[in-house]
Design a protein around this ligand. Structure first.
Ligand code: PLP
Length: 287
């Protein structure tokens, strides 16, 4: 593959980190953090648009104790993957979908958002800078974690005065242990993940800590994850703590509609598209 030539920074990076693969046991990858070489950072003030970001060495970031993200959870995250193909190319899976989802979420959280082009460019730069951490074909993927946060200080309840967009990466294997083994879910009938007209439909940083209690208990009982029910009636299944759910019966696939309490997954949308192509009927159930 020709060396990337889209920025001066990349050229420097490639001269420093010339070897094809980082020193990782690719057969032992799970879903834990392996720090990589670089991350991307871009900042802007409230009321302005993001303009220019940079690759910087991966490492700790400095935040005021009064940062909005720390005090009030004004933040969003994304998750997508880069794969190394047999032909040597490194490919991303539908990154524009993640970019658009971040834009929607930013509106809900009163934050400026990178444009779709800025998001994709930042993701590409970060992946190329960390190319040696993209696992060999079939051994996993490079997980990409974009973050958008209110990094400015604020004491009263209001949008932060300054925002930071960060992208970092980590090579990963399977999210659930054991390739190909089915997962077992426990139905959670006491705690809810999302409420109607809340923020369950956008990928806010605050969506995950409320599920930890149910998830920890489920894991201690030997379950892989939790299946949440709708908060209004408790009668309908909604989704798992970090993934959407599909019920397959003969040639019919059913999944809850994304009406605000379900996270609109890129995987969900892709499964619906592919299932239709394969002649399945897809029903999106209204709760
Ligand atoms: C991120 C996430 C998903 C999955 O989204 P994908 O785009 O398919 O990765 C599903 N549910 C929740 C709650 C999530 O945060």
């Amino acid at each position: 593959m020709a060396p990337p030539a889209s920025s001066v920074q990349e050229a420097t990076i490639h001269s420093n980190y010339g070897e094809k693969y980082a020193d990782v046991n690719w057969d032992e990858l799970g879903f834990s953090l392996t720090p990589t070489d670089f991350m991307f950072e871009m900042k802007c003030f409230q009321g302005e648009d993001f303009s220019q970001g940079n690759l910087i060495p991966y490492g700790k970031i400095e935040l005021s104790p009064a940062a909005a993200i720390l005090n009030y959870g004004q933040g969003l995250f994304e998750g997508l993957k880069a794969y190394r193909r047999e032909d040597g190319h490194i490919v991303l899976f539908r990154p524009e979908q993640n970019a658009m989802r971040m834009k929607m979420g930013a509106e809900r959280m009163c934050m400026p958002s990178p444009s779709v082009e800025q998001f994709i460019d930042a993701v590409k730069q970060t992946v190329l800078a960390n190319k040696r951490w993209v696992p060999p074909p079939g051994k996993g993927s490079l997980y990409i974690r974009p973050l958008l946060m209110g990094s400015g200080s604020i004491l009263g309840v209001a949008p932060a005065p300054e925002y930071t967009f960060l992208v970092y990466t980590s090579p990963v294997g399977n999210y659930y242990k054991g390739t190909g083994t089915p997962i077992n879910l426990i139905v959670e009938d006491k705690l809810h993940r999302a409420i109607p007209r809340g923020a369950g439909g956008v990928k806010t940083i605050a969506n995950y800590s409320p599920v930890l209690q149910a998830l920890t208990q489920a894991k201690s009982k030997g379950f892989s994850d939790v299946l949440f029910l709708d908060a209004k009636t408790g009668q309908n299944i909604e989704e798992v703590s970090a993934c959407n759910i599909f019920i397959v019966k003969d040639k019919i696939i059913s999944t809850p509609a994304t009406l605000g309490t379900i996270l609109p997954g890129v995987t969900r949308k892709s499964i619906i598209d592919i299932a239709l192509d394969f002649g399945f009927q897809v029903i999106t159930l209204l709760l």
